[in-house]
Design a protein. Structure first.
Length: 276
C-alpha cells in the first residue's frame, strides 16, 4: 500500500503503455517522428522499466521523452534505444529469452488524461525498422490493494492450454500470419496474484491480455512477446502485482508476425489467495 502526500491510501496495478513506430523513416538521426502515448483517464501511471523491440537490429534509433502534462523532457539530449531500452536475449535453443529491461533511476509518474510523447529518429540511411517501446509500470488505484486482505496463500502457476494434442501441455500454436485467442480460467476457490511472467516462442508475435470479469486490459496496445516474457532465470518480474479475481477469465490474444507457424508458451507466476 502507498499513499499520496496528505491523501488517501492507494495501490499499484501492473500495466504497460506502448509507443509504436511503423517503418521509421530512414535518415541521419535528426528527423524525429512522434509517438504520442495517451494516458487513460481512470488512473495516473507510473513507469519503472523500459523494453524495446525492432524488426532490424542494424537500425540506429535515437529517442527523446517528453511529459506533455509538465512540458518537461526526461533527457538533456537524445539517447540511443540501446542505451535506455532493455532487450530480451536468447537463452539457448529452447526459444526462451531472458528479460533484461532498462531500469530507471526512479519511478516516473504521469498524470491521468494527459499525454507522454516519445520521439524517435532513425540514423540509418537504408533501413526503415518498425520499433516498439514498452513502458512497464503501474496504474495507481485508490484504496487498499486487494492482495492485502487476510488469506491463506500458496505459490501457483497458470499457463496456456494447448490447442493441439500433438503439442506439449502449455504450448499453443498460432498459424503463420494468423491470430489465436487463448483463455485461462482462474479457479473459483481462490483469487490469483500475478508477480512474474515467463514463456517462450518459436517466432515473433504480438500479445494482448485482458481480464474478462472486470473488462480490464493489461496494456494500451498489443505488446511484442519479447517485451513481456522472460525465462525462469531472468523472468519479467512485475514492478507491481496484478490481481485476478477468483472465477474470472484471462483472455490472451496472440498475433503471429513471423510468417511461420508459431509455438508459444506463456506462464503467469504468482500465488493463490484462499479467503473465507
Amino acid at each position: 500500500m502507498t499513499a499520496e502526500q496528505g491523501g488517501a491510501p492507494s495501490w499499484k496495478e501492473y500495466y504497460i503503455y506502448n509507443a509504436n513506430f511503423v517503418n521509421l523513416p530512414v535518415g541521419t538521426g535528426l528527423a524525429y517522428s512522434d509517438g504520442e502515448v495517451r494516458i487513460d483517464s481512470d488512473a495516473d501511471f507510473e513507469f519503472v522499466k523500459t523494453m524495446y523491440s525492432t524488426t532490424n537490429d542494424n537500425a540506429d534509433v535515437y529517442l527523446k521523452y517528453r511529459d506533455d502534462s509538465t512540458g518537461r523532457f526526461l533527457m538533456k539530449t537524445a539517447a540511443s534505444a540501446r542505451a535506455i531500452g532493455g532487450r530480451s536475449l536468447p537463452v539457448d535453443n529452447s526459444n526462451s529469452f531472458d528479460f533484461r529491461p532498462f531500469l530507471w533511476a526512479l519511478p516516473y509518474k504521469i498524470r491521468r488524461g494527459t499525454t507522454f510523447m516519445v520521439q524517435a529518429a532513425n540514423a540509418n540511411a537504408n533501413i526503415a525498422p518498425t520499433v516498439q517501446l514498452s513502458f512497464h509500470g503501474a496504474k495507481i488505484r485508490q484504496g487498499i490493494a486487494p492482495w492485502k486482505q487476510p488469506a491463506m496463500k500458496m505459490p501457483y502457476v497458470y499457463g496456456l492450454a494447448r490447442n493441439n494434442n500433438a503439442l506439449p501441455e502449455g504450448v499453443v500454436q498460432i498459424p503463420a500470419n494468423g491470430t489465436l485467442t487463448a483463455t485461462i480460467s482462474v479457479d473459483k476457490d481462490s483469487s490469483f496474484v500475478v508477480t512474474k511472467m515467463v514463456g517462450a516462442a518459436t517466432g515473433n508475435c504480438l500479445v494482448t491480455i485482458q481480464e474478462q470479469g472486470r473488462d480490464r486490459q493489461w496494456m494500451n496496445s498489443a505488446v511484442n512477446i519479447r517485451n513481456i516474457i522472460g525465462s525462469g532465470a531472468e523472468p519479467n518480474i512485475l514492478p507491481s502485482p496484478r490481481f485476478v479475481e477468483k472465477g474470472s477469465v484471462l483472455t490472451v490474444s496472440l498475433q503471429d508476425v513471423s510468417g511461420f507457424a508459431n509455438n508459444v508458451e506463456m506462464d503467469f507466476v504468482g500465488f493463490k489467495m484462499f479467503t473465507r
